[in-house]
Design a protein around this ligand. Sequence first.
Ligand SMILES: Nc1ncnc2c1ncn2[C@@H]1O[C@H](COP(=O)(O)OP(=O)(O)OP(=O)(O)O)[C@@H](O)[C@H]1O
Ligand SMILES: [Mg+2]
Length: 252
Amino acid sequence: MIRFDNLHKAFGTNEVLRGFSLEVDEGETVAIIGYSGSGKSVAIKHIVGLLEPDAGSVHVDGQEVGVLSRRELYALRAKIGYVFQFAALFDSLSIFENVAMGLRKQGLLTDDEIHERVHEALTLVDLEDDVGGKLPSELSGGMRKRVGIARAIALRPKYILYDEPTTGLDPVTSAIIDRLMLRMQKQLGVTGIVITHDMRSAYTVSTRIAMLYEGRVQQVGTVDAIQHSTDPLVRQFIEGRAELQDVGSPAA
Ligand SMILES: Nc1ncnc2c1ncn2[C@@H]1O[C@H](COP(=O)(O)OP(=O)(O)OP(=O)(O)O)[C@@H](O)[C@H]1O
Ligand SMILES: [Mg+2]
C-alpha cells in the first residue's frame, strides 16, 4: 500500500502540496488528475524519495520513505517502476541498454535472462525486436514513451507510477498504452498510480480517481463517482478536459 499523509511541499514561496492525503491499496490503479502545475508529479516523486516532504509523510508497505537509509531506499526503489513524464532515456545508449539498465544495476540476472526480460518488455509495449538496436533519437515520441514503460515493467515491480503515459500520443498508441496498464493491473496484479490529462484513459484504466487541487485532494472516488461528481471544481475540470479532447480528436 502507498499512503500519503498530510503531505506538504513548497519550493520557496510556491506552496505546492498543502495537506495532500491519499491511499492506494494493493491491486488498485489510482489516477491523479488536476491542472498543469498543481503538483501531481511533485506528489509521486515523494514515493521514491526524489523529493522529501516539508511536513507529513509517505509510506510504502508500511515504511516511511522520508526516513529510510540510502540502502533501504534502494531496496524500496527496486519494487517501484517509474515511468517519467518525459521519457528520460539515455541518448547515447541503445534502446536495449536503456531497458536493461535497471536489471543490470540489480545484478540478479544472467545476460541471457536480461535478454529475455528486455525482449518480453519490448513485446509487451508492442515494439518490434529491431527497436532494441536503435538509439532514442531514432524513435518517435510515442515509441520513446513506450520504451520508458518497458524499462519500468522489465523490473517486474510491485508498483508502477506512470506520469502522463499517454500525453502527446495519437489515439491508437494511447489505446495500446491503456490496454497495457490494464494488463499490468489485472494479469500481473501490479498496483499503480497514473497521472493523466486524458480523462478517457483515466476512466479506462483506474479503479479510483483523485483530483488534486490547491495542494490537496479535492475529491477521490470510483470512476462512476467522479463522472457523476456534483463538486463544481471537479465538474469544471472534467468538462474542460472533454472539450479539449473533442477538439483534438478526429470527427466521428
Ligand atoms: N524541483 C523543483 N524546484 C522548484 N519548483 C518545482 C520543482 N518541481 C516542481 N516545481 C514546481 O511545483 C509546481 C508543481 O509542479 P508539478 O510538476 O508537480 O506539476 P504537475 O501537476 O505535474 O503539472 P503538469 O500537468 O504540467 O505535469 C510547479 O509550480 C513547478 O514549477
Ligand atoms: Mg507533471
